[in-house]
Design a protein around this ligand. Structure first.
Ligand code: HEC
Ligand code: HEC
Length: 246
């Protein structure tokens, strides 16, 4: 359900977004602008967000090969829309993070680079006094293991929005989700009960750290660990279980 709506959103956006995601690696200085709002740039940002989300989800599924492929594409992209002054430094950092993910030898490295990238998005938004509205997720109504996973997804999305927007409220909401409801053992197939219990404990511990983290650097570090935890478990289940919002 969730995947479907996300895909719909992608379809409506791709036409415009594709023309904006040029192959330029260098920002044109004459394309700079001091306007706070620019609809073409906003469309570019949404397309870029979805590209980054595909890479992020590949990491969360534990699909390192796919994550690296997506990262390599991101490393060659550059905006061909008007950007605020000082944008080069942020884009340099984004490109570096994409390269690091493309060259990652382990899932944890790819996850850290992904988190660094998301933190950089948020730092540019903050520098420009923009609160980037991240496309909303859906409320979770189903229970059981899948329902619990969708709740994880919601928690991870909140942390992600906390980094990207950046938003204190969303970060705290993500922490709350990971710190609260536990998965009842009866909903979990016997043969993965132990693995799940381990994973749950790990995520709860990370939520504790996330609650204490205030600087972007500390938050990206923890978010990278959260993503690694999702991906490490998923890659062992039914050919990369987990999110896929391409
Ligand atoms: C160089 C600075 C800069 C960087 C880097 C940057 N953004 Fe943005 N972003 C902006 C600005 C400025 C806006 C406001 C757009 C507007 O309305 O003109 C924005 C807006 C957005 C929006 C909201 C678009 C809307 O519909 O209003 C999203 C989503 C977004 N950015 C995502 C990202 C993501 C994801 C990244 C990192 C991969 C990123 N941005 C990196 C400057 C940046
Ligand atoms: C300890 C193991 C484990 C951890 C940790 C874990 N998952 Fe999962 N996840 C699973 C399993 C097993 C499935 C397959 C469930 C099924 O289809 O029955 C799954 C499926 C999913 C799905 C797909 C649900 C659907 O629509 O079918 C999503 C989304 C998801 N996980 C998100 C996450 C996120 C985000 C994290 C990290 C914050 C995470 N999971 C951490 C084991 C884990």
């Amino acid at each position: 359900m969730r995947r479907f709506t996300t895909r719909q959103r992608l379809i409506t956006m791709t036409a415009l977004g594709a023309t904006l995601l040029g192959g330029l690696t260098v920002l044109r200085l004459d394309a700079q602008t001091t306007d706070r709002r620019n609809p073409v740039r906003a469309a570019y940002m949404r397309a870029h967000f979805n590209q980054v989300l595909s890479m992020h989800d590949a990491v969360a599924r534990g699909d390192l090969a796919e994550a690296k492929k997506q990262a390599a594409a991101l490393a060659t992209d550059g905006p061909n829309v008007p950007m605020p002054p000082g944008a080069e430094a942020f884009h340099g950092a984004l490109t570096q993070a994409a390269r690091d993910a493309a060259n990652a030898a382990t899932l944890a490295e790819a996850a850290q680079a992904t988190a660094t990238m998301l933190g950089t998005c948020g730092q540019c938004h903050k520098a420009n006094s923009v609160r980037a509205t991240v496309p909303p997720g859906k409320d979770i109504v189903i229970g059981g293991l899948v329902g619990h996973m969708l709740l994880h997804q919601k928690g991870a999305d909140d942390l992600l929005e906390g980094l990207v927007a950046p938003s204190e409220t969303q970060w705290v909401e993500g922490v709350r989700i990971f710190a609260s409801p536990k998965l009842e053992a009866e909903h979990v197939p016997g043969k993965i009960r132990k693995t799940m219990a381990h994973g749950e404990t790990e995520l709860a511990v990370l939520a504790g750290h996330a609650a204490q983290a205030h600087r972007t650097r500390d938050r990206t570090e923890i978010y990278g660990q959260v993503l690694t935890t999702c991906g490490t478990c998923h890659r062992g289940h039914s050919r990369f279980a987990g999110p896929d919002r391409r």
